[in-house]
Design a protein. Structure first.
Length: 306
């Protein structure tokens, strides 16, 4: 769970006007960033943050557990985003099968050759974040929200399942597909980035018939299909040891796992800040309203903003 939510819950319990203002700021940034990752439109994210926080004010004083606060906020924000979401221009026409998300021999060969040359190291961090956000928006919504909640908002499988009202096993399946797709989308975007230097040839898109054809040994295909559970420590010790032994003896699998780990790490580090001026006005209004509900007086510096 995001440390901002833990800190916000702690600040709200103090009932100090300055602490309340800081807590509202943390909650506002959390909801805005979540909405941007999910929807991709600043106007929608601003409206979502405002509506969610206004609806949350009567409940904030009653929630002492940061985990309960997180489930409440993300559930309300998810519902709001789903009602007003627009189809992303980057969204695929169909949901990719697991075979289509697996690397073929050509792509694995490129990963092996480029093991020491990282394309993203040749472009600015801000540009990397923009490309990553674009890659995330290219994932179908039912997979994207699992990726955002689990890897980007740092919720566990059970919390994600609770927010989405699905089974934990379904979360794991969708998370793996989302991770594989964001890795593939990000790799293609990095290859075509102008600042990335001489671009290597992007992997050819395979037809569904080609994608379904077994190109790797059975052990590799089984590892790819269970890789997220392996990386997250969700497999039995015996299975983990069997997978580890295969990985150590398979350079192609090592290269692919390294690339997938990088994609997951990029997602976990991405944050989308809201406009300071816009957020400042809303934060002032929300802080005053919350303090009014508690029978406290707002700090003078907030009232001057209005």
């Amino acid at each position: 769970m995001r440390p901002e939510l833990t800190e916000a819950a702690k600040l709200l319990r103090s009932d100090r006007p300055e602490a309340v203002a800081e807590a509202i700021q943390l909650l506002q940034q959390t909801v805005y960033s979540f909405s941007m990752k999910l929807c991709g439109h600043p106007e929608d994210a601003e409206d979502t943050a405002q509506e969610v926080l206004v609806r949350s004010l009567p409940h904030l004083a009653k929630i002492n557990d940061p985990k309960a606060l997180a489930v409440w906020l993300y559930t309300v924000a998810r519902n709001r985003c789903w009602r007003m979401r627009r189809r992303s221009v980057h969204a695929p026409r169909h949901t990719l099968s697991l075979d289509e998300l697996m690397p073929d021999e050509a792509e694995l060969g490129m990963l092996l050759r480029d093991a020491t040359a990282n394309p993203e190291s040749r472009i600015l961090e801000g540009e990397q974040n923009q490309l990553l956000h674009k890659a995330i928006l290219a994932i179908p919504p039912q997979y994207r929200i699992v990726l955002v909640l689990h890897d980007m908002e740092d919720l566990n499988t059970e919390q994600t399942a609770q927010i989405l009202n699905i089974q934990p096993g379904t979360v794991r399946v969708r998370l793996h597909r989302a991770r594989l797709q964001v890795r593939k989308e990000m790799a293609l975007l990095l290859e075509s980035a102008p600042a990335a230097g001489p671009a290597r040839k992007a992997p050819r898109k395979r037809s569904r018939k080609e994608a379904a054809a077994p190109g790797r040994p059975k052990e590799c295909r089984e590892l790819f299909a269970n890789l997220s559970d392996y990386l997250d420590g969700k497999v039995t010790p015996r299975t983990c040891e069997e997978m580890r032994q295969h990985i150590e003896a398979c350079p192609a699998c090592i290269a692919f796992i390294r690339d997938l780990r990088q994609a997951i790490d990029r997602c976990r580090k991405l944050d989308v800040p809201c406009d300071p001026e816009t957020s400042g006005r809303l934060r002032s209004l929300l802080t005053q309203e919350y303090l009014r509900m508690l029978g406290l007086q707002a700090p003078q510096k907030n009232s001057s903003i209005l």
